[in-house]
Design a protein around this ligand. Structure first.
Ligand SMILES: Nc1ncnc2c1ncn2[C@@H]1O[C@H](COP(=O)(O)OP(=O)(O)O)[C@@H](O)[C@H]1O
Ligand SMILES: *[C@@H]1O[C@H](CO)[C@@H](O)[C@H](O)[C@H]1NC(C)=O
Ligand SMILES: *[C@@H]1O[C@H](CO)[C@@H](O)[C@H](O)[C@H]1NC(C)=O
Ligand SMILES: [Mg+2]
Length: 461
């Protein structure tokens, strides 16, 4: 790692020398372009649309044209966004980047590679830069044979993303902490975005989480789409809408890949120009008098949310009385009968019914079949396993009340007792721990243990 240890205090590896990480070599990602040591620190902190930002004359005409187009798009986006400097100018810059320590690769896509880095002052960020060995750059090089120009082309995409992230602020959009931009010298344009650190979305894992958690993901997505439909830049479509473009931050879903976002609605002359096509379905839309396909961005997002998220996450193991409402949501978004406003309203109605306990069916009161012992709890590890539990060690479920817990306990073969814990889920509901035994009680002033009368009758209490 020669030459990389120039950071303050000399500890660790400069993030600028990310390329040299053995982990990257193992991942077989050759020729990742990252700031060479020492370079980044000299560049201007903060983003300033570069004056000398024109591609060298030696590039093939086709590539030059593509570069021109990307630059024009970027300028237009900046103008639409109010132009000038970004709002959060006080963010991290090249200096912070050069003093950061690279930790490892988080992921990559066709265009960008993302690494985790520890900041010198504490805290971690995700660093995004152009993926020099990615499909986007490779394809361009095949066509034009100009690696530096092709990386520059990809860098424009990252710049577009940075511009969008500066202007769009929402809990469902990954936060931009800063950027480092270096255009000194050659054809190369090096852009590093410093982002809020998340973890890639694991759909398989999500499928195994309790319904309440899956509902939360879908609700955050709906809130994000509501924001995008009414954003300060107009209605925005995420063109590449797949789970891998999202990350989880503290249990919240956030979109991270914004370079494929479109702030323009499709232009049209007649309704026939406005068909929204998906592999399994197409929707005829209207051409407005202004010559735009009305609501096409909002609808595209919503149908994608339906096909990539709602169908997998929303229905299964939902509370039975909420199922008809959830089916309605699935049907209405799958047929695009709902716009995003109605979808959000429908989700909030489900949330209200769930939080308030109104979804609970009227049923015989069952808690009277339980003896409650105040000041005790059962010992850990007495639990049987159930699905989908909040803990893989036992049966830990979200409940509305002790009455609902009693109903759950009655319905489960192994359940003999339960305790209502102090833990709350994101909706504010307590977690209850269900047990197959009640004989090992330990004093706990804050707890109450509920024991099935039938379980205790045969034994001494
Ligand atoms: N803020 C982040 N925290 C953690 N991982 C991230 C973050 N941003 C992106 N990633 C991971 O890096 C991958 C590539 O990033 P992305 O922006 O989607 O690049 P591309 O445009 O090449 O698809 C993502 O699929 C995701 O797994
Ligand atoms: C919605 O319901 C209608 C009527 O039952 C049905 O024909 C249609 O296929 C459903 N659409 C979706 C996306 O489930
Ligand atoms: C949706 O809600 C937004 C924000 O409240 C509002 O501006 C817009 O007019 C609504 N659209 C429709 C179609 O109701
Ligand atoms: Mg991506």
């Amino acid at each position: 790692m020669a030459g990389a240890g120039g950071g303050r205090g000399g500890a660790g590896l400069s993030a600028a020398a990310l390329l040299a990480l053995p982990a990257l070599a193992l991942l077989a990602l050759p020729a990742l372009p990252v700031l060479p040591p020492g370079r980044g620190a000299e560049a201007q902190p903060g983003f300033s649309p570069p004056p000398g930002f024109s591609p060298p004359l030696l590039l093939p005409p086709g590539l030059r044209e593509e570069l021109r187009q990307r630059r024009r798009d970027l300028r237009r986006l900046e103008a639409a966004a109010g132009g000038g400097e970004a709002a959060g100018a006080a963010g991290l810059g090249c200096g912070d980047l050069s003093r950061a320590t690279a930790v490892g690769v988080l992921g990559w896509g066709f265009t960008k590679v993302v690494a985790r880095a520890a900041l010198a002052g504490g805290g971690s960020v995700a660093l995004k830069s152009v993926h020099g060995a990615g499909r986007e750059v490779r394809r361009c090089v095949q066509r034009y044979g100009a690696p530096a120009g092709c990386r520059r082309l990809a860098a424009y995409k990252l710049l577009k993303e940075v511009t969008l992230l500066q202007r769009l602020q929402h809990p469902g959009i990954v936060k931009l902490h800063g950027q480092c931009y270096d255009n000194s010298g050659d054809a190369e344009l090096r852009v590093t975005a410093m982002l809020e650190l998340g973890s890639p979305l694991e759909m398989i894992q999500l499928l195994q989480t309790p319904w309440e958690e899956r509902f939360k993901i879908c609700l955050s997505l709906v809130k994000l789409l509501f924001y995008l439909a009414h954003s300060p830049l107009g209605s925005i479509a995420l063109l590449d809408f797949q789970p891998r473009q999202f990350v989880m931050v503290d249990g919240n879903l956030k979109v991270t890949d914004m370079d494929d976002a479109s702030t323009e609605e499709l232009s049209c002359k007649e309704d026939n120009d406005c068909t929204l096509d998906f592999p399994t379905k197409s929707f005829p839309l209207k051409c407005s008098v202004a010559g735009k396909c009305e609501g096409i961005n909002e609808k595209k997002n919503l149908f994608n949310a339906y096909r990539y998220f709602f169908t997998y996450l929303l229905p299964h193991s939902a509370p039975p009385t909420l199922r008809p409402l959830l089916s309605d949501i699935l049907n209405a978004t799958g047929d695009l009968r709902y716009g995003i406003n109605e979808t959000l309203r429908a989700f909030e109605k489900v949330l209200h019914l769930y939080k308030s306990g109104l979804y609970l069916q009227k049923r015989p009161l069952l808690l009277k079949d339980y003896i409650s012992l105040k000041g005790f709890r059962t010992v850990e590890g007495e639990g049987y396993k159930c699905w989908p539990s909040y803990s893989h060690l036992g049966c830990l479920l979200s409940i509305h009340s002790a009455e609902e817990a009693a109903a759950i306990c009655n319905s489960q073969l192994h359940c003999q007792s339960f305790i209502v814990t102090q833990h709350r889920t994101w909706t504010g509901r307590p977690l209850a721990s269900f047990q197959s035994s009640w004989t090992d009680l330990i004093p706990d002033t804050n707890a109450v243990v509920y024991i099935k009368r039938s379980a205790s009758s045969g034994e001494r209490l």
